[in-house]
Every structure is written in C-alpha cells, then in structure tokens.
Design a protein around this ligand. Structure first.
Ligand code: APR
Length: 259
C-alpha cells in the first residue's frame, strides 16, 4: 500500500529527530499476541456475563469467587501469551531514544504485562496489571502467585482476600501515574497513539495535552478513531506490522524488532 509506506516513512522521519516521545497503547497492540480484549474475553465459559458487572468493587464484594475466577482465567491467558513484534519495536524505540539522550515514556491501558516482558522499562500501566494481586485488608501486593491460584476467592497471607491490582469501574486511576503521564505529554515533541480506540479518559485526552504543547501526533490503528482527524500522521495498519518498520526506518541498525 503506497499510502501506508509514505506514512510510515514520515513517522520514521519524525521519530528520528524527536527529543521527547510519549507512546500510549491499548488493546490493539496485543491483538497479535492473541490476548482477548476486555469485551472479547466474554466468550465461551463467560459468554453470559456482563464485563462491567465483573469489573467493579461491588461485584467483588457480592461474588468474590466468580470475580477472582474470571480475573485468574485472564491472568493465565496473559501468562501463556508472548510479546509480538509491535511490543518489541516499542521496546527497541525506547532503547534507541534513551541511548541518544532523548526522553521516552510508555503509557499503556493494557493489564497483560506484555510491554514489560518485551523489555520496555519506562512504563506506566495506568489501568494496573493482572500479574500482581493485593490483600483487601492490608493492601500488601503479591506478584509471584501460582498459576492458577489455589482457591477462589484466594485468601491472602495477610488475612484478607486477594484481588487483582487492576483499576475497576468506579475506582480512581493511580494519581502519581496520571500526573507523570500528563507532565510527559506537556514536554513531548512526538506522541504515538497505538491500538487504542481513544475513547476512554483520561488517557484519551493525553494526545490533546501533547498537541497543545506542540507535539506531532501519530496514530497506528487499522480503524478510524475519534483521534484520527486530529492526528498529523495516520497509519492504517496493525501495530505488529507497522511499528518494526517505523523504528527500523528511524534508527537504521537498531533493527526495529531485534534486541
Ligand atoms: N494493531 C493496532 N490496533 C488494533 C489492532 C492491531 N492489530 N487490532 C485492533 N486494533 C485497534 C482497534 O481498531 C481499536 O481501535 O485497537 C483498538 C482497541 O480498542 P479497545 O478494545 O476499545 O481498547 P482500548 O482502547 O485499549 O480500551 C481502553 O477501555 O475496555 C476498557 O479498561 C479497558 O483498558 C481498556 C480501555
């Protein structure tokens, strides 16, 4: 596709001279790793459940067995998945930028942990992570839990129940993470929105913060989103295909997806 090639080259040019980059990702970046999105996860065994009724503190209080079983099932799916070339390219982008003294921050809405497993370092998991659970009584966090958990709900060693460290509907996002992300957007010279429908706030508003500070906006998404009309470069492609090309074009020799 000629159009896409030209847009990818333009993205590489912008990346090659960027001094401060913020990347925001959503469920689409994990599509090629076969992670079911929040809504897609409601299949098979879980087809008759409403995700919004499983992802609230009230749902956990009402039925901790079902809620912890569902989240542990998703945790297992993530543990079985492997990072794809899109995750690897974002990790390679960070290494190349940091090596030449540029700033980089990745803000992901995904709770699957695949960015960290691909080697990304400066990451804010703004909706939390399925890999860590915490005690409902003390807040103590546990990351080395057996897969699957031994019981539903699972008692915590500290006396409460274990719940996943994800942000449920009705809960606040981590304040420090949101502040850090907004500050980085305010300094950004380049902003990527990758694999997100750009509809869930506050993350959906980060592109406008960056654009207000003068950053160029690049979107990588096979579908149109509310951000598309405001983006400087729109790449209508899957992230696993487009990102390695963008990074390899910007930093020849970094080999995009290679580590
Ligand atoms: N590459 C890039 N983008 C893709 C790909 C792909 N291979 N496949 C799908 N997409 C795009 C879709 O076109 C869509 O715009 O990824 C986006 C996924 O949108 P959502 O499922 O709404 O995911 P996201 O934007 O991450 O949702 C944000 O909402 O559901 C809650 O808490 C949940 O963190 C999630 C938040």
């Amino acid at each position: 596709m000629e159009g896409d090639r030209a847009h990818i080259e333009e993205a590489s040019r912008l990346l090659a001279r960027a001094r401060s980059v913020v990347v925001v990702t959503g469920a689409g970046v994990s599509a090629e790793s076969r992670i079911p999105t929040f809504r897609d996860a409601m299949t098979g065994l879980w087809a008759s459940f409403d995700p919004q009724r499983l992802a609230t503190p009230e749902a956990f209080a009402r039925d901790p067995e079902m809620v912890s079983r569902w989240y542990d099932w998703r945790r297992q799916k993530c543990a079985e998945a492997i990072p794809n070339p899109g995750h690897e390219a974002i990790s390679a982008m960070e290494r190349a930028l940091v090596a030449r003294g540029a700033d980089f921050l990745l803000v992901t809405q995904n709770v699957d942990g695949l960015h960290r497993r691909a080697g990304s370092r400066n990451v804010i998991e703004i909706h939390g992570t399925l890999a860590t659970w915490r005690c409902t009584r003390t807040g103590e966090e546990y990351s080395e839990l057996p897969v699957p958990l031994p019981a539903y709900p699972c008692p915590s060693p500290a006396g409460g129940l274990l719940r996943p460290c994800v942000v449920w509907f009705g809960e606040a996002l981590p304040e420090a993470g949101v502040r850090r992300a907004v500050e980085a957007c305010g300094r950004a010279t380049l902003f990527f929105s990758i694999g997100t429908s750009a509809q869930v706030y506050p993350v959906a508003g980060f592109a406008d913060v960056a654009a207000g500070a003068g950053a160029k906006i690049i979107e990588v998404n096979p579908e149109e989103t509310p951000l598309s009309p405001r983006a400087d470069v729109v790449i209508r492609a899957c992230s696993a295909a487009a990102l390695p090309q963008i990074v390899a074009g910007a930093f020849p020799g970094s080999a995009g997806a290679d580590r």
